[in-house]
Design a protein around this ligand. Structure first.
Ligand SMILES: [Ca+2]
Ligand SMILES: [Ca+2]
Ligand SMILES: [Ca+2]
Length: 493
């Protein structure tokens, strides 16, 4: 069957804001084969649940007052969060063991004698067990061993523990400096960016605040590349100059910051005429620590503006494919896709498979229809290509947002997506809700992981981001493993 491209538009009531088409009606001529939505701006009806307070019983008398103070201090201590948290569970150096020998073996000996004795033991061990000695701590009576292969670790451990000369054997645990989280000076950080704090991105910033070597394609309504909090992080096509010519020969004239494919256009100007794409871009990488506006998950990055959604927030499958192809050919490593529709297109799937082949991560919004995507798929989020991450939206209380699609199998992670403050055209900021707003939190986090470890490719980035996620009880029946993004936990040391 030939793929057909169907043009879809939103119909908005007159009172609705241009930026927020929350109710959509689809006009179709003929059969529906594909419809692409712009996934932001859903209404969230979930109520704010007050957090358990720190109420202290009241009473009279000095003794009680003192007691009250102490109680308050205790409550305060309980609520105080450490400035830096270790990764969950101890992490170890693979295959390494620290073994302590019994004092009876070494007692009464000088340090050089102990050294000789330990070397002798080591020689025996390396013959009997498949280990090598990395170092000897004569004073403490310890040796640091490494197994020939990690698979021998358990059997070596067991042999050591049953050795009569051995007092104990244990892994070589990793230790970390108790660093303070890195906090930016952007004015809206302190009170307004709850999503960034929820994903503990400040713990990730200790390891990386992003890199100009990471190029992130925002496939959307374009980006206001002149926005004061985005301009510095815009991708710059190294082969193109503003001169009315196609200097790099890619078929598009003056594509400096990206390109525009809306309605079959092939223009070098991806300026955002809707707002959605600029908002998404700001969550990925609004300039950090510049005393201005907000901060993205990445303080710095290269944002490639790839526009295929037109001013009204709609686009076609063919234009989406053109946009993906452009982003891949121009070197984007991660693609943010805060859009979708219900039609399965083999053509679009082929473009995403090509992204996978090139090691590019494809992050996609799960959709805002309160659907179970396991039953009613939403594309591109529901393509089962290994480089795709489908993202649902959560509230400040870590519940699934009322509008968010879910899918125990088909939605792999959730991220903050209600009342998210970010950049919109004209040097402005605004708060939007939607899985469109959750998706760039995940994309941004993948950008930090890539900045920290540039060798990681699409599928590997996906694995690292998913592995660091928090498991949230309320998402257990909705999202694979109940995962909610925890970027501080994902970005590697
Ligand atoms: Ca060009
Ligand atoms: Ca040019
Ligand atoms: Ca800023």
């Amino acid at each position: 069957m030939t793929e057909r491209t169907v043009m879809i538009r939103f119909i908005r009531s007159a009172t609705e804001r241009v930026l927020c088409p929350s109710r959509t009606t689809v006009i179709l001529s003929g059969l529906v084969f594909g419809c692409l939505w712009l996934g932001g701006c859903a209404e969230d009806s979930s109520k704010t649940v007050p957090r358990p307070g720190s109420q202290v019983q009241r009473g009279a008398g000095r003794a009680f007052e003192k007691l009250k103070d102490e109680e308050q201090r205790r409550v305060k201590d309980r609520e105080a969060k450490p400035t830096f948290q270790l990764p969950r569970g101890p992490s170890v150096v693979e295959g390494e063991i620290l073994v302590k020998f019994k004092d009876t073996l070494l007692e009464g000996k000088s340090i050089p004698e102990r050294m000789l004795q330990l070397n002798e033991v080591a020689k025996r061990l390396s013959q009997d067990l498949r280990v090598r000695v990395l170092s000897t701590f004569a004073m403490v009576g310890l040796q640091r061993l490494i197994c020939d292969t990690p698979e021998h670790y358990r059997s070596v451990m067991a042999s050591l523990e049953s050795n009569p000369d051995v007092e104990f054997a244990e892994p070589n645990y990793r230790l970390y400096a108790f660093e303070s989280p890195v906090l930016p000076n952007d004015p809206r950080w302190t009170d307004d960016l709850w999503g960034m704090k929820k994903i503990e991105v400040m713990n990730a910033w200790v390891r990386s605040t992003g890199s100009e070597a990471v190029t992130i394609g925002v496939i959307d309504t374009g980006i206001d590349y002149q926005h004061r909090d985005l301009a510095q992080n815009m991708w710059k096509n190294p082969g193109e100059k503003v001169n009315g010519q196609d200097d790099d020969g890619n078929g598009i004239v003056d594509d400096i910051h990206g390109a525009n494919f809306c309605n079959g256009a092939m223009s070098g100007d991806p300026l955002d005429d809707n707002g959605h794409g600029s908002h998404v871009a700001g969550t990925v990488a609004a300039v950090g620590n510049n005393h201005l506006d907000v901060v993205g998950a990445n303080w710095k990055a290269q944002l490639m503006a790839v526009k295929f959604l037109c001013k009204d927030g709609s686009g076609t499958t063919a234009d989406a494919i053109q946009a993906i192809q452009y982003a891949l050919s121009m070197g984007a490593q991660i693609l943010n896709n805060s859009w979708g529709g219900s039609g399965f297109s083999r053509a679009l799937e082929a473009a995403i498979k090509e992204a996978d082949r090139r090691g590019v991560l494809f992050v996609a919004a799960a959709g805002n229809e309160t659907n179970d995507n396991d039953k009613v798929p939403s594309y591109p989020a529901s393509y089962t290509v290994p480089n795709v991450i489908a993202v649902g939206a959560t509230t400040q209380e870590d519940g699934l947002a009322s509008f968010s699609n879910w899918g125990l199998k088909s939605v792999q992670i959730a991220a903050p997506g209600v009342s998210i403050l970010s950049t919109i055209p004209g040097d402005r900021l605004d708060s939007f809700s939607g899985t469109s707003m959750a998706t760039p939190h995940v994309t941004g986090c993948a950008g930090l992981v890539k900045a920290r470890n540039p060798s990681l490719q699409g599928r590997e980035l996906k694995e690292v981001v998913l592995n660091g996620a928090d498991k949230i009880g309320s998402l257990r029946e909705r999202i694979t493993d109940g995962r909610r993004l925890n970027c501080g936990n994902s970005v590697p040391f």
